[in-house]
Design a protein around this ligand. Sequence first.
Ligand SMILES: Cc1cc2nc3c(=O)[nH]c(=O)nc-3n(C[C@H](O)[C@H](O)[C@H](O)COP(=O)(O)O)c2cc1C
Ligand code: SF4
Ligand code: SF4
Length: 470
Amino acid sequence: MPDLSINFAGIKSPNPFWLASAPPTNSGYQVMKAFDAGWGGAVWKTLGVPVVNVSSRYGSMNYRDKRMVGFNNIELISDRPLSDNLREIEEVKKRFPHHAVIASLMVQSRQEWHDIVRDVQNAGSDGIELNFGCPHGMCERGMGSAVGQEPAVLQTIVEWVMEVARIPVIVKLTPNISDITEPAMAARRGGADAISLINTIQSIVGVDLDLFAPYPIVDGKGSNGGYCGPAVKPIALNMVKNCAQHPDVRLPISGIGGIENWRDAVEHILLGASSVQVCTAAMHFGFGIIREMTSGLEQYMKEKGFHTIYDMVGKALPNVKHWEDLNLKYKVTATIHEEKCIGCQLCYTACEDGAHQAIRLNAGTRVPEIIEDNCVGCNLCSLVCPVEDCITMDRRDDGSEQLTWKERTAAGTIPTEFNDERAGGRHHWVPEPAAALNKEKHKTLPGKARQYAESATALEPAPHGAGGSE
Ligand SMILES: Cc1cc2nc3c(=O)[nH]c(=O)nc-3n(C[C@H](O)[C@H](O)[C@H](O)COP(=O)(O)O)c2cc1C
Ligand code: SF4
Ligand code: SF4
C-alpha cells in the first residue's frame, strides 16, 4: 500500500491534500468537517486585522455547458475576530492532532507580525503561511500582492517573521509578476522554510452588457478580482515548474491552482510540488471530492510503483526543456481513423483556415482525408476533433536523428537572413492567395497535393456542430 503521508518542511500531514486559505477554511466547523472527510491539512482563511467585506463577491467564467471553469472573487481576508479564530484553531488541533493546520497571515507592521505569529503558534498551529498574494483590496493597502511583487520588501517581512517563528513558515506567492522565481528567491534569502503558489490572478471575469459594469457587481460598480479554478491550472503548473527548476530557489513547494481531482494534483507533484492545496473545487463540489482524490492517487502510485509521495515529486522536471533543446528531427503527422469519424468536419475547417491546408474533403464521404505532404504535425485537428482517438498524431521519423536549435546554432546552420533558404517553411507548399476566392482551388495545387485534389471534388464543409454522416 503506498504511503500518502508527507512531511512538508516539518509540517506532517496524513496525505498531501490541503484546503487552501479561502472560504472553506473560514471556521473550525468547516476545517473539522473537512478533516473528518479525509483532507490531510488546511490553511486557515487569512488572519489579520479583521476586514469588512462587500456583499456580491464572486463572479464566474462559464464556458458552454460548463459552469465555473474560472472563478473570480473580490473577497478580502477573514472578517472574524482573531480571538475566535485562535480558539477554533486550538480546538481543531486538540481533536485532530495528526492533521496539518497552517495559519495564513497578513498584517502590516513588524510589531503586528510578531504579535500574530506568536498568537497562532500559541494556538497550536503546525505552520504559518504568509499571504503575499491577494491581488485585490488588500494590495491597495500595501499588503498581499503588493508585497509579493516587491522581492526586497517580501524578504524584509519574512525576516521579521523568522525573528519569532518557532514553526515552519511558508511564503505564498502571487502570480501577478513577470518572474515568479524572484520573490521565491527572496523568500529563501529571508529564511522561509517553503513556498506555496499560486494565489489568484488579477482579473475581470466579465462585463454586464446592460449595466456596463464588471462582475461581480456591487451596487452598479465592480472592481478587478482574483481568478482561480480549472482555468488557471496551466499558469500554476508553469510557475511551480519555474520555481522547482530554479537552482537558487531550492525550497519545498506547495502547489495551488486549478486542482479538482487526483490527476491535477499529480501534475503539480510531478512538476515539483510536495503538497497541494485546493480552493475552488472544494467551493464548487464540497469536501467529499477528497475521497476520489486520495483513492485515485493511491491507485496511480500503485500502478507506477511509487511507494511514497517523494518518489514522484519533480519526476517530470527532467523532461521540461528549453525550446532550443527540442529535437527538430522529430516528425508527426495526423491520421484520421475512419471507423470513429462522425463526419463533423471540424478538423477540415480548423486546418483549412487555422493551420496548413492539409486536410481535404472527398466526394461521396464526410470523412476528411489528411494530405500528409502538407501536414506539419501541429496537432490542431486532433485537438478540435470531438471524438476521442479519432485523429491520432503518429510518428513518421525513425527516431535515428536528433538535431536541436542549439546544435544548429553551434553548427551555423540556422536561418540568418530574411529570405533564408534554410527557413523551416521555405519549401512547404501553400496555396496561391487568389485560390482563396476560387472554389476550384485544387487547380493551383502543385505536385503530389494536386494529384490528391484531382482525384476528388471538393465539398463544402458542414456547418459547425453538425454531426453524423450523410
Ligand atoms: C473566495 C476566495 C477567497 C480567497 N481568500 C484567500 C485568502 O484569504 N488567503 C489566501 O492566501 N488565498 C485566498 N484565496 C486564494 C486561494 O487560496 C487559492 O490560492 C486560489 O484560489 C487558487 O486555487 P484554486 O484554483 O484551487 O481555487 C481565495 C480564493 C477564493 C476563491
Ligand atoms: S473532426 Fe469530425 S470529421 Fe474530423 S476526424 Fe474528427 S470526427 Fe471526423
Ligand atoms: S496536424 Fe495540423 S497541419 Fe496536420 S492535418 Fe492536422 S491541423 Fe492540418
